[in-house]
Design a protein around this ligand. Structure first.
Ligand code: PHE
Length: 464
């Protein structure tokens, strides 16, 4: 029984859903940190140039492949050209690996939202609060299950009634929250125990003014590689997601315009996340405070600052974690959808059956990730030098090993096998012109694969 493939109701629905996927933890806990660390405005400029060239190329490629094949990632590549199915298999394995740990982190966000909303933010400021929480055997599993069930409910509702509808509600709220918290952050001012007063505006300057002092060519290169790795993760590229969402885009949608909007959305939110976080951190903790990123920033450094704000900190904290929850939810939904769409297309399963299979795998995986901080605790030395638990191993394998391989494979597939023309034709099918065509062809054939190879060699520690 072949049913009509579902599709987004309109281009706004598609743009908001894809932006929902793109705007996630990467924007909030890594972008601000990298920007502050890597020379402020200099990083921003490099990032923008890369977004308009490299990001635009990869995003266009994946969405166009999805729309051309009208298939989830698992079968999309083999549907276009026999023999390239392995790219689809990898593109389906990556979200399957990411889903369990994204849900575990989603559960941590649920917990913090609850603590702040209940007015108990001061507890979360204690030094060992975060590690105490994740080392508990049951509680993290319960909060993870709450997050997980929310994701599954939206997936079961389907593309239109679930993903599209929720994105149309949550994304505007997210924008309002981000803007509101940013304004607050710019207005804070704090005097520390030594009587030194620092303001949010001074911190804002560190974020945006280019700092070229002592930047050598090799540092410039490493900033570029870092910006590229960030961009790649931030746009949800190379994990099948944009292929899956592309397969739901109708043939008359103006792809070129939609892709520009998705990129602008993701980049603006990333920069605003910087404005939301860096000025506050600077005012309260000075330069040194800016060293936290990832879970350390979100679950340790920021809660301490919120609690120093006194009662208002509970409100700001609750709003902040609500915002993070929305960003994480729409991303997790896209991760699960990439796998569910793949299973539905490859094995002709119903949405319910495909969700049951992926849901079971993801839930078991997520429980194991949670237990990785207590009953199953282990320390593994990763090839890039860091030491990690189960979550870090999954993150490493997906982001540093598989994603660059998929992206390089996609460049070769498009640049040299089906040729850039195939993608350009797909984009222009709706009768709208594609901009930056020449740039696209050069990027996908030569520049992007070389940049990606450098990224891969650097992040796997093969080249220092
Ligand atoms: N793009 C998301 C972000 O910036 C992260 C993400 C990762 C989304 C994996 C989906 C899948 O945080």
């Amino acid at each position: 029984m072949e049913k009509k493939r579902s599709s987004f109701g309109g281009s706004i629905g598609f743009v908001l859903a894809a932006a929902g996927s793109a705007v996630g933890l990467g924007n909030i806990w890594r972008f601000p940190y990298l920007a502050a660390k890597d020379g402020g405005g200099l990083f921003l400029v490099i990032y923008l140039v890369l977004a308009l060239s490299f990001g635009f190329t990869l995003l266009t490629s994946e969405v166009a492949i999805g729309r051309k094949a009208k298939q989830g990632p698992l079968t999309a590549y083999s549907g276009i050209k026999k023999g390239w199915g392995f790219l689809g298999v990898l593109g389906c394995i990556v979200p399957a690996i990411i889903m369990p740990y994204y849900c575990a982190i989603g559960g941590w966000v649920v917990k913090y939202l609850y603590v702040f909303a209940a007015g108990n933010g001061a507890q979360a400021a204690a030094d060992s609060y975060f590690t105490d929480f994740i080392s508990k055997p049951y509680e993290p599993i319960i909060t993870m299950a709450v997050f997980f069930l929310l994701v599954v409910a939206v997936i079961l509702l389907g593309v239109n009634k679930g993903i599209e509808k929720l994105s149309k509600i949550l994304m505007p709220i997210l924008v309002v929250l981000v803007i509101g918290i940013s304004i607050f952050s710019l207005t804070v001012s704090h005097s520390d125990a030594q009587g030194v007063t620092r303001t949010g505006l001074e911190g804002f300057k560190i974020l945006v003014i280019p700092n070229l002092k002592g930047v050598s060519f090799s540092q410039f290169l490493s900033i570029t590689v870092e910006a590229m790795g960030q961009l790649f993760f931030s746009l949800s590229i190379a994990m099948g997601i944009m292929v899956a969402y592309g397969s739901y885009v109708s043939d008359d949608t103006n792809l070129n315009r939609s892709i520009n909007q998705i990129e602008i959305f993701d980049t603006v939110i990333a920069v605003l996340a910087g404005v939301m976080i860096i000025p506050t951190i600077y005012a309260f903790k000075g330069r040194e405070g800016m060293e936290a990123n990832g879970p350390g920033l979100m679950f340790v450094a920021l809660p301490k600052i919120f609690s120093e704000m006194g009662f208002v900190g509970n409100i700001i904290g609750a709003l902040f974690f609500a915002m993070v929850l929305f960003a994480a939810l729409t991303s997790a939904i896209s991760i699960m959808e990439a796998v569910v769409a793949s299973l539905m297309d490859a094995f002709k399963l119903s949405r319910g059956k495909a969700s049951l299979i992926e849901g079971t795998v993801a839930f078991v995986g997520a429980v194991i990730v949670c237990l990785g901080y207590n009953k199953l605790y282990l320390e593994v030395k990763l090839p890039n030098g860091s030491v990690g638990q189960i979550l870090d191993i999954l993150d490493y394998v997906s982001n540093y090993v598989l994603m660059p391989i998929i992206a390089i494979g996609t460049c070769i597939f498009i640049g040299w096998v089906i040729k850039p023309k195939a993608i350009i034709e797909e984009v222009e099918k709706s009768g709208h012109k594609m901009g930056r065509k020449g740039l696209y062809s050069v990027m996908i054939k030569f520049i992007a694969p070389v940049l990606l190879l450098i990224l891969f060699l650097k992040s796997t520690g093969i080249v220092k």
